[in-house]
Design a protein around this ligand. Sequence first.
Ligand SMILES: Nc1ncnc2c1ncn2[C@@H]1O[C@H](COP(=O)(O)OP(=O)(O)OP(=O)(O)O)[C@@H](O)[C@H]1O
Ligand SMILES: [Mg+2]
Length: 461
Amino acid sequence: MLNMRVLVVDDEKGYRDEIQEYLVDSGFTVYTAGSPSEAIGIIEKDRMDIAIIDLRLPEMSGIDLMKRIREIDEQIGVIMISGHGDMDSVLTAMREGAIDFFPKPFDLIDIRCAIERTRKYIELNSRYSAIQNTCDNLIEALNKDGGIPLIGVSRSMKNVVKLIEKVSPNPNTDVLITGESGTGKEIVARAIHNLDSRGKKAFFDVNCTAIPEALFESEFFGHTRNAFTGAMTDKKGWFEIANGGTLFLDEIGDLPLTMQAKLLRVLEERKIRRVGSSTDIPLNIRIIASTNRDLETMIEQQQFRNDLFYRLNRFPIYIEPLRDRKKDIPVLLEFYNRHYSSSMKKPLKPFSKKAMESLLGYSYPGNVRELKNMVEKAIILSDKQSKELNLNVFPELQMICKANVPIPEDDLDLSCLEQIEKEMIKCAMQKAGNNKTNAAKALNITRTSLNRRIEKHGLEF
Ligand SMILES: Nc1ncnc2c1ncn2[C@@H]1O[C@H](COP(=O)(O)OP(=O)(O)OP(=O)(O)O)[C@@H](O)[C@H]1O
Ligand SMILES: [Mg+2]
C-alpha cells in the first residue's frame, strides 16, 4: 500500500500539531509548515502526496499557495481547512482543484477519510496509467510494423496479451504459439518481437513447409564462397540474418524429422557455422515457432521430435479458435468495419440486426482471417443506397441460412405426397367406420379440411 506523505500548512501551531499527531498515529508520514515559504521549501525538496492547507495564511492566501504548489508538482492533492465560513473562498478553492474542504473545527477522522480516498484515487490512477501505457505500447508496437493491433476482449485473448508482455522482455526465451489457422499466431509473434527491447532488429519469417531438405543447411546457416558447387559468393543464412532479433519458424509441424534434429542442436548450442566455414557465429536470437498441428499427437506418431517439442514448449501460447471466444466477435467486426471502410474511403455503415445476429452465431472455421475477409467483402458488395451492411452482402452466411431452412416444396415429388395423403384418408375413414368426425380427429385435421381433401382426391364415402 502507498505510504502517504502529508504536508500540513497552518500558522496556528495548535492545529498543526493536533493534525500531525493524529495523522502520524494513523500511519502517515507528516511534515508541517507554519508559512507558505516554509511549505514551498519542503515541497521543492520532498515528494508529497497531499497538502492540508489553511485558507488564511500570512504571506499569501491558501488558494494562492495551492496554485504555487501545483506549479511545482501538479500531482499533489490539496485539502483546504478554514476557520472562516467564507463560501466564496470555499467555492474558489474547489474550482481551483482542491479535493476537499473542511471548516474549523473539523473532525480529524474526516480528514483521515479524505486522505484515504485520495490514496485510493492515486493508486487507481497509477494502475490505470500502467495499463494504458502497456496498451499504448502494444498498439504502437504493432502499428509501427504497419500491422494491425491485437483486438480482443475475451478472457483468453487478454491472457494471450499478458503472456506476450511477460515473455517479450526476455529475449532468450523461445516461444511456441499454437492455434487453428487464422487465429492470429503470426500477429502474436510480431507483437512479442516488437515489444522486445530489440524490436528494431530483424523479424525474419521462415515458412517451414517450403524448405527443400537439400537446401536446409545453406538456407539456415549460410555458406562460404565455393563451399559447394554453385556457391559463388559468401551468403548469410536465416539465423545470421535474424541474429539480434527474432526468427519466426512458421508451421514448424511441417519440418521434416532430419531438419528437426539440426534445428534442435542450434537451439541448444546457440551458435552456427556457415557451410564451408570453420568459425562459429554466436547467436543472440529469439526463436518463435508456430503451428496449427497437434504436435503431441505428431510425437506419438513419431513425426515430431519429443526433445524439440519440449525445448520449444518452454513458453507456450495457445490461441483459442474464435468460436470459443465469441466475446471477441463484435469488437473484431467493429474494428474491421472501421478499418476497411476508411481504407476504401467508404461511409461507415452499421451491421443490420439480422446480419449481426448471423455473424454472432456463425462458427468461423477460418477464424479471424475469415471474419476479416467477410467484412472486407461485405463493404465492397454493399451498394450506395443501403444504409446498413445487410445479410445479402454476406454470401457465406446466406448459404448457411439456406442450409438450415426446410427444403422448398417444389424440390419434393409432390405426386408422391398426394398419393400418401389419399391413402391415409382412406385408411382413417375405414378405421372410423366412415365417420368423418372421428377420422378427422385421427388425422389431426378439422372436419372441413377432411371434406376438402376428400373432394380433391375424388374419394366417395
Ligand atoms: N486478435 C486479432 N486482432 C486483429 N486481427 C487479427 C487478430 N487475430 C488475427 N487477426 C488477423 O487475422 C489474419 C490471420 O492472422 P494470422 O496470419 O496471424 O493467423 P495465423 O494463426 O498465423 O494463421 P495460419 O495458421 O493460417 O498461418 C491476419 O490478417 C491478422 O491480422
Ligand atoms: Mg501464420
